[in-house]
Design a protein around this ligand. Structure first.
Ligand SMILES: Nc1ncnc2c1ncn2[C@@H]1O[C@H](COP(=O)(O)OP(=O)(O)OP(=O)(O)O)[C@@H](O)[C@H]1O
Ligand SMILES: [Mg+2]
Length: 242
């Protein structure tokens, strides 16, 4: 049967007009009857169950594949939002570059992602981890297996993590003082797959001195949020961005 669904799409806050058009067009071409764009961090906050309609301030940091989206939300509105192109994909790339530089070892993106998920971290771990990695030696051109530990991968990710930390710091500085007080009580909520990077919550807690929590199902926060939007038309009208 031909159905023409309403579609809600989460987009980064720093999306250009041209990109916005392209996203809308593809949804209409997929036979949508209505298309609504909402900021990813906003839907992530809704999906994570944050009380975004209340007057108090909420801060959400959504670390995805391509972008990290940070937002401060109050009364269903975005008080501050920023999207930086530094997230999971750039971390995978950083791991690939590190292995190339240090061991002349070439690995694919999938392997790099696996390394990140298994032993990647942003703050020293209680129990050290190691991992065997298969790749191709760049000089001899032959397959090679090496063992790396968590401290090496942490080093390779340090620049990526610093960039995210900086963006969080800037967001905190730009937040109006009365909302900052709320955030220091309720803390920062992390969503997106990047929130699962080991000890990232600890690192943010350590550097900001604020409480930090990870959403229950960080990989699904955005999709859960867009789902909630579809059944709450009033809220959708209020927060959609076109
Ligand atoms: N356990 C983990 N540790 C570290 N990173 C992880 C983990 N699990 C998933 N990721 C990373 O999370 C990213 C995907 O997250 P998510 O699904 O939130 O992104 P996305 O919504 O598709 O991207 P974007 O929000 O940029 O459009 C991938 O880079 C993936 O490697
Ligand atoms: Mg996302």
């Amino acid at each position: 049967m031909l159905v023409h669904p309403r579609i809600v799409i989460g987009v980064p806050s720093e999306i250009t007009q041209v990109e916005k058009r392209a996203v809308m067009d593809s949804a209409y071409r997929a036979k949508a009857s209505e298309v609504h764009l909402v900021e990813q961090a906003m839907v992530a906050a809704i999906g994570a169950g944050l009380p975004i309609t209340e007057p108090s301030g909420n801060m959400v940091v959504d670390i995805g594949g391509g972008t990290t989206d940070i937002a401060v939300i109050s009364l269903s509105g975005i008080v501050y939002s920023r999207s930086v192109r530094m997230a999971g994909n750039q971390m995978d790339e950083a791991i690939m570059n590190y292995l190339k530089r240090k061991y002349n070892l070439l690995v694919g993106e999938r392997t790099a992602e696996q390394i990140k998920m298994e032993i990647g971290s942003s703050y020293p771990l209680d129990k050290p981890l190691t991992m065997e990695i298969k790749g191709r030696n760049l000089i001899e051109g032959v397959p090679k297996t090496i063992t790396v530990d968590d401290s090496e991968i942490r080093e390779s990710l340090s620049e990526c993590v610093s960039t995210i930390m900086n963006a969080i710091r800037v967001a905190l500085e730009r937040t109006p003082p009365e909302l900052s007080a709320d955030i220091s009580d309720r803390g920062i909520v992390l969503t997106g797959g990047g929130a699962l990077l080991k000890n990232l919550d600890k690192r943010i807690r350590e550097e900001t001195g604020l409480p930090v929590s990870i959403a229950d199902d960080p990989l699904c926060s955005v999709v859960l949020g867009t789902g909630k939007m579809l059944s709450d038309f009033k809220l959708l009208r209020k927060i959609s961005i076109e």
